[in-house]
Design a protein around this ligand. Structure first.
Ligand code: C2O
Ligand code: CU
Length: 471
């Protein structure tokens, strides 16, 4: 098989880049080590079945050092525990809602029956429970996540701590041998007493939050503030990165080196792609190969670079600051020999635009889709099971809207008429201000009602959502 050698260039890397981050973001007094949330225990003894229990309940946790915060947590942790399964597995989630309000578990991006989607059509009342059951389609191994999806309260519940990773593994993963890290990105805002800071409903901050979506000044990776991740010189690591923030868009970079993207939302790309930095809109996922190009005992960091997704009126004053997310610390071990990575990761057959039965035009303005607010009793897009369609997303306002379609994974065709450089399976695509994006989707199976919406959760909650019915 063809291989690409990812070689190191010791010495090319500057030692640290702290000076570059004009930081308004809080940092912990002692840097924690990056660790993963717990993995959900599989209580089934049947092979090919993953059966887990997830309970959502109020809890009191130390999110910022030295303070206790009232949160909502899945099984007592923020982020919630990771659900791990393999392609073809039957997944059973026993969900108990011990919150004082209705909620759901939405397995974001996973192709499953409409009744198991945890959308606002499937609310589980306070004190209620529900068993989600579905089979993971072969060929969909990838990095997903789960979060609540109640009508109007998604941003609040995610901000309160409800989100977790969902990893689907393949038995024939061509890069399975590369050591793996999970990075769940989230942000939050706190009052001096440690309480999560939600603004009063008629304050200026509430208006800004409604426009921008709620952004926090404290940045977390797996619930840690600026944790340390260790790497050996010359080592290659596979990072699964999830943007679980309600609205923040990250532009990921490691100073002085490029990143190798190997997967998008719904699994591996066809070939590794070299990138200077990577834009990750809220709810998007990416898998990267990170190369330890630094010398032993040095350190660098994972940063998020400035990205202007905002309307000028509500753009945060520090929007153009670079923020540090993770310290990357090199062990003192001598450099490892180069690691071989396959040049072909998998084949993604292109959906055929000649077979598209219709083009759905979706116009996104501020808070509206096709000029309307969400109505659960209305169907906005009708489609026929088995057909293929093109969706043409047009953002007509001066702020980005990351667009998410439930149930069906799609392929981006072009952005502003420029063909997409490489093919991938996605379930969310950012549509920058005044730009347009086209994707192609096939409604292979699973009839029913599916949501599509802006994934800035404040926009979704305020009605920037519609219903697709596949019959
Ligand atoms: Cu990540 Cu409709 O959701
Ligand atoms: Cu939006």
């Amino acid at each position: 098989m063809l291989v690409v050698l990812l070689t190191t260039t010791p010495g090319m890397q500057a030692m640290t880049q702290h000076a570059s981050s004009a930081r308004s973001v809080a940092t912990a007094p002692t840097a924690p080590t990056l660790s993963n949330p717990p993995v959900l225990k599989n209580i089934s003894s049947k092979t090919g079945t993953v059966e887990v229990t997830i309970t959502a309940a109020p809890a009191r946790l130390e999110l910022v050092p030295g303070k206790l915060t009232d949160v909502y947590a899945y099984n007592g942790s923020v982020p919630g525990p990771t659900l791990e399964a393999h392609e073809g597995d039957r997944v059973i989630i026993h969900f108990r809602n011990n919150l004082p309000e209705a909620s759901t578990i939405h397995c974001h991006g996973v192709h499953l029956p409409a009744a198991m989607d945890g959308s606002p059509f499937g609310l589980i009342p306070a004190g209620g429970h529900f068993d989600y059951e579905f089979t993971i389609k072969r060929g969909t191994a990838g990095t997903y996540w789960y979060h609540p999806h109640p009508d109007v309260r998604s941003e609040y519940q995610v901000a309160m701590g409800l989100f977790g990773a969902l990893i689907v593994r393949a038995n024939d993963d061509p890069i399975a041998a590369i050591p793996e890290r999970l990075l769940i990105l989230s942000d939050n805002r706190f009052r001096p007493d440690g309480a999560i800071d939600f603004p009063d409903s008629n304050s200026v901050q509430a208006e800004v939050d409604e426009e921008n979506g709620r952004e926090g000044n404290v940045l977390f990776v797996n619930g840690h503030i600026m944790p340390t991740l260790s790497i050996r010189s010359g080592e290659v690591q596979r990072w699964r990165v999830i943007n679980a923030s309600p609205s923040r868009i990250y532009r990921l970079a490691i100073p002085g080196q490029t990143l190798v993207q190997v997967a998008s939302d719904d699994g591996l790309l066809e070939h590794p792609v070299e990138m200077k930095d990577i834009l990750l809109a809220n709810s998007e996922r990416v898998e990267l190969l990170v190369r330890g190009t630094g010398p032993p005992s040095s350190q660098t960091e994972l940063q998020t670079l400035p990205y202007d997704r905002y309307m000028p009126q509500t753009r945060p004053p520090n929007w153009n600051a670079t923020h540090s997310l993770v310290t990357l610390r090199y062990s003192d071990a001598p450099p490892m020999p180069p690691v071989a990575v396959p040049a072909v990761l998998r084949v993604i057959p292109a959906l055929d635009t000649m077979k598209a039965a219709a083009t759905q035009v979706i116009v996104m303005s501020q808070g509206l889709i096709n000029g309307r607010m969400m109505d659960m009793n209305r169907v906005d897009v009708h489609a026929t099971l088995g057909t293929t369609e093109i969706w043409q997303l047009e953002n007509v306002v001066g702020m980005d809207h990351p667009f998410h379609l439930h149930g069906f994974q799609f392929q981006v065709l072009d952005r502003n008429g420029v063909p997409e450089k490489f093919r991938s399976w996605k379930d969310v695509v950012n549509v920058p201000k005044h730009e347009s994006v086209r994707f192609i989707v096939q409604y292979t199976d699973f009839p029913g009602k599916w949501m599509f919406h802006c994934h800035i959760l404040a926009h979704e909650d305020h009605g920037m959502m519609g219903v697709l019915e596949v019959q």
